[in-house]
Structures are given as structure tokens and as C-alpha cells.
Design a protein around this ligand. Sequence first.
Ligand SMILES: Cc1ncc(COP(=O)(O)O)c(C=O)c1O
Length: 373
Amino acid sequence: MKDALDERRELGRFRELRTVPARGDILNFSSNDYLSLASHPALRSAAISYTEMYGTGSTASRLISGNYGWHEQLETRLAGFFGHEAALLFNSGYQANISIIQALANRDTVLLYDRLNHNSLIQGARLSGAKLLRYNHCDTGHLQELLAREDVRSAPRRIIVSESVFSMDGDRAPVDSLINLARENSALLMIDEAHAIGIAGDEGQGLAGRRDGIDIYLATFGKAAGGFGAFVCCSRLMRDYLINFASGFIYTTALPPAVTGAAAAALDLFPQLSAEREHVRNCSEQLIAGLNKAGIDTLASDSHIVPVMVGDEQVTLALSDALRVQGMHVVAIRPPTVSEGKCRLRISLTANHSAGDISRLINAIENWFHENQ
Ligand SMILES: Cc1ncc(COP(=O)(O)O)c(C=O)c1O
């Protein structure tokens, strides 16, 4: 362990936990609380009242004695809201992705992944033993080429897997084309909407909610829903299958009442938050336009996640530190999260940011580039 850590230190890649200052002490541009729901009174009071009614723990896994009406009610509501037959709760998005892929894929399966898919999806692929083919980011032509390969066509199962809003680049998957390609090639389609629910779609249904052709619709409550936990929407058949074969569902204590209550409250609020969604969209447009005007590369982002491309790791860290000194927290993203030479700041925007906050950030970044490059 020491050798491995020393090597990381030498590479300048040692990671440490940093305590987040109290809300208000620093302008946070690294939170996934896109709709600012984590401190919303309705979520707080739902968490408290669920705790008062049902206690602090679910006391067992769902299949033992931890399956309550409030879990099932939330699942029914999720299925209805996102337009699927059924839904199933998981304890986190990471756990859901690992165990759903592992349950649905085996050595004979071909998994077709967008190259930028989240680590949890990669780990699921590894555990499943399936053949993993990665297509170039958002490149449906490349995906089509892979689908046409004989070894892919003859596989008993093909699963196309993509995020919808990409967690590090902030751009969007071509969901329509993915649906068509999955249909034409008899592949299952899994879309991870971790960074889209709540914040995208006119009622917060994300980019892929309420649409036919998506077999596995995955999202988490840990980001725009301001809480914790995750869920999958799917057919009744697949729900039954996951209950029987997804080890990350079977062998873990069920979500506790407070967390489930907060998730239900977030779902109630989503359709009412059009003004917040529009506000975040405006902030994003202001930020991207301001940075691009200053010659700063933000890739193809058109969302609440905006990368500031720097490239070199130490330079990215220096920029992040310089912003911190000015009271702004913007985390530096480095390998292995992104590939070598693609280091960046990852700015995430929330409903609590103001146009003034965005101007302050643009000016600070622009000045830093001016002085340091
Ligand atoms: C695309 C994507 N999927 C899944 C996850 C994991 O979700 P959770 O934080 O609920 O474990 C994340 C979180 O970082 C993510 O970005």
C-alpha cells in the first residue's frame, strides 16, 4: 500500500479528502445538487416525518424482512413518472450499475459502451466477464460498425450502454439514434440518467424518460434529487429477474425510511421546478459563452456540467487552487477519472448560483489564464 501511495505522490496524483466548508463560506461549483434540493424544506420535512413514522432503519434486505409499503409505493410512482412498467430501488447508482450489468451479462454477452461511460458501468462489465467493446464518444457511426461485426451479431445478447448527460463532458448522448440502433440490431438499451433526471426534460424526466425503446433506465437520487439511493425503471419481467439475480439488490440492507421519504418528496417537486431548470440553463449559457469568448475550451457541453479544458495535470491543480483562494471551489479532474492529457476543471451549476456568481467565476478563470499562459 505504501509503495502504491508513494508512486501516486510522485506522479502528483495523491488524492485526499477535504472537508467541505459550511454552506455559504465558499462558492461551490462542484456540487451535483443541481436543483438545490438537498436543503429544500420539503425534503427535510419528508425525511423527518418518515423517520418519525417508520424509524431510522429498514432492518433487513428487501427479500428478508426489509420490504415496506413505502419502498413499493415509491417504485410504483417512479415507474409511472418515467414511463415504464416497473421500477426497483437500489442503494446507490454505483451499486445499481455494477449489479445490473453483472446480472444481465455473461461471457456470451457483448456490451457496447460509449467510451466515456462511468466507472461503475465499467466495473459491472468486468465482473460480468462479458466482451466489452467501447465506441468513440457519442459516435453512432462507430457503434453501427461494431454492431455489424460477425462476433457481435452472433452473440446471444447485445447491450448498448450510455450515459445521457455525460458526467465529465456535460454533453448529451444521441438518445434517438441509440434507440433506433438498439431496435435494428435486437440489442437491449441501457441509459444512465444520473446527471439528467430532475434537471433535464420539461418535468424533470431527463432526456430518456417517458420514451419507448429503453429497456433499462437508470438514475440516482444523489444528484438533482438532493438525496441518496438509486433506481432502475424497466419491464415487470426484468424487475423480477433483477430481484432474483442482482446481488447488489439481494444482499444489502434496504434503503432507510428518511432517504426514501426525501426521494418521494423530490419526485413530487420535479414537475414544479421549471423556473429552476430555466435558471440553470441560463447560467450554463452565460458561463459557456463567457469562457468561449475568452478562448477557453468547454468541449461540446450544453448543460449544467461545464468542463474547462486545461490538459496538464499540475496546471489544472494550480488553477483549482487559485480559485479556492478566491473563495470558489471548483474541483480538478485528473486521470484515472479522465484520460491522460484531458485534465480539466469540472464546473457544475445549481439553482442557487446567480448571474453574478457566474461572472465572478468567468473573470477569475480568464484572469488566471491571462496571467499564467
Ligand atoms: C453516470 C453516473 N452513474 C452512476 C453514478 C453513481 O451514482 P451514485 O452516486 O448514486 O452511486 C454516478 C456518480 O458519480 C455517475 O456519474
